[in-house]
Design a protein around this ligand. Structure first.
Ligand code: SAH
Ligand code: SF4
Ligand code: F3S
Length: 468
């Protein structure tokens, strides 16, 4: 029987993509993916360092490895991802049951390391030395991306494709530049070939990824390709139905990207554009390099050029020195933008960042919690208002599969499917007898009800007048 591997993924879409690529590689070497981590011969944790909470969840998993190994002799345990790069040396010393630690810049070596560990070569540590000095990507690492085939982990109708690696922004609170390295754009030809392969295999929605994806810029020998140009090229691939991109950075965002979105029907009218704060004083302490007025101006240009633009945001509350007045500036910004949804995070000092070194984490935990809840409540009202406007409308959704939460708790909802609109709104609808057939396809549904998080729809064919 083939060796069974289980991957647990924490963190952002970059990590989800890396898990896919690792799964692709291991499967091509004869491994099989298993759903139950108790059955696995190799367990992999793909980790995130963005906040302490994300790291704590992984530390809990690492603490359980001893027991797992005792019940499965020969089990190989692996830590990859951002935490591996940040703390690999320390973690392999601290957790005696951890066999392999491999940073995101060394993933092309992972299957070799697993084989070595299985052959009794001992524990393996692969981290990138002087990561920030790396100006080119090892060919074998880039090849993992270009070999990207359809997902073993998520829906085969959707795929993430990397546009850029790393980040050069050094926002004062953020660990990403030091664990993911400098920003490097992939050659457009590699990206196009990867998307063509995925589409040929049945994928209909592609999400281009980058920490600051709109900063994409590639220039080798020929003319430079910028992000708008890349969008135009990818959107021209025949068979592709939806193209998205995350995450955008507010500075240097060219209007040409909005024009590309408006021109190409395939590009979804969706923008994830984190503001992080509405206070110019805090934005400057965060080293975000734009003001709230510039941010609002960008949103306005986007909405003028791309009608129905749906915008998602990220905010950090309780950044060092954030006063009640600063926080109210954030509340005002959220109200002015009317986001589709916002991700709100409590500031978490990350060792080695400028903010952690120079600023005191002086906003008490209960104030962070209160601001977090208050901002979410403001956003919830906006989300509900925006969602109510959908009632009675017909929308196109990409069906992702059975709606899990309701399905588990309420078996009568087993015919319920979930999907997303072009603007990334979640839609739930009943599809008796069509659950398998509709998963991974685009369908039109009519919206009948709405909550702040979810739209509730109905297939036109299940409406009484459509049956006649
Ligand atoms: N590259 C993206 C986001 C990367 S991290 C961008 O620049 O927008 C995802 C989100 O985590 C960030 O948008 C930010 O809101 C949050 N985040 C990053 N570092 C954090 C920290 N130290 N504490 C709390 N939240 C943080
Ligand atoms: Fe982190 Fe800022 Fe880079 Fe985003 S842009 S990854 S928040 S440093
Ligand atoms: Fe986390 Fe690394 Fe992504 S720190 S947010 S998994 S780039």
């Amino acid at each position: 029987m083939s060796l069974q591997v289980h991957i647990t993924t924490f963190g952002c879409q970059m990590n989800k993509l890396d898990s896919e690529l690792v799964a692709n590689e291991l499967i091509s070497q004869g491994f099989e993916l298993c759903r139950d981590n108790g059955q696995a011969d190799v367990v992999i944790f793909n980790t995130c360092s963005v906040r302490q909470h994300a790291e704590n969840r992984v530390l809990t998993c690492l603490g359980r490895l001893g027991r797992q190994k005792a019940s499965h002799p020969g089990l190989i345990t692996v830590l990859i991802g951002c935490m591996a790069q940040r703390q690999g040396t320390e973690l392999i010393e601290r957790f005696a049951d951890l066999d392999i630690v491999c940073g995101p810049g060394e993933l092309h070596r992972l299957s070799g390391l697993i084989n070595k560990a299985r052959d009794g070569a001992g524990r393996q540590l692969a981290l990138t030395d002087r990561l920030r000095a790396r100006r080119t990507v090892p060919t074998e690492l880039e090849d993992m991306d270009t070999r990207h085939r359809l997902s073993q982990i998520t829906s085969s109708a959707q795929a993430y494709v990397r546009a850029t690696r790393g980040c050069d922004n050094f926002c004062s609170y953020c660990i990403v530049p030091s664990v993911r390295g400098p920003e490097i754009s992939r050659p457009p030809a590699s990206i196009l070939a990867e998307v063509e392969n995925l589409v040929a295999a049945g994928c209909i929605e592609i999400t281009l990824l980058g920490q600051t994806v709109n900063g994409y810029r590639y220039c080798a020998d020929g003319p430079e390709t910028d992000f708008a140009e890349l969008l135009r090229m990818v959107s021209a691939i025949s068979g592709l139905k939806r193209l998205r991109f995350v995450t955008s950075y507010p500075r240097g965002f060219s209007d040409d990207v909005f024009y590309a979105m408006a021109e190409a029907p395939v590009i979804c009218e969706y923008l994830h554009l984190p503001a992080q704060s509405g206070s110019d004083r805090i934005l400057s302490a965060m080293k975000r390099s734009y003001t709230s007025a510039e941010y609002l101006d960008l949103i306005e240009r986007g909405r003028t050029i791309v009608p129905n633009l749906s915008i998602a945001g990220d905010f950090i509350v309780g950044f060092p020195g954030e006063t009640e007045e600063d926080f109210q500036d954030t509340v005002r910004l959220v109200k002015a933008v009317r986001y589709k949804n916002c991700f709100v995070f409590k500031y978490s000092p990350r060792p080695g960042t400028v903010a952690a070194r120079r600023l005191t984490d002086d906003v008490p935990a209960e104030v962070k919690r209160r601001r977090n809840n208050e901002l979410l409540a403001v956003q919830e009202e906006i989300s509900l208002d925006l969602h109510r406007e959908f009632i009675g409308q017909k929308v196109e959704i990409l069906v992702e599969g059975p709606s899990k939460a309701s399905y588990k708790e309420r078996p009568e909802h087993r015919n319920q499917l979930t999907g997303r609109t072009r603007g990334d709104n979640i839609v739930v609808f009943d599809a008796p007898g069509q659950v398998e057939q509709l998963t991974g396809t685009l369908v039109d549904v009519i919206i009948r009800d709405a909550s702040a998080l979810t739209l509730f729809g109905e297939l036109p064919s299940t409406l009484p007048n459509a049956r006649q």
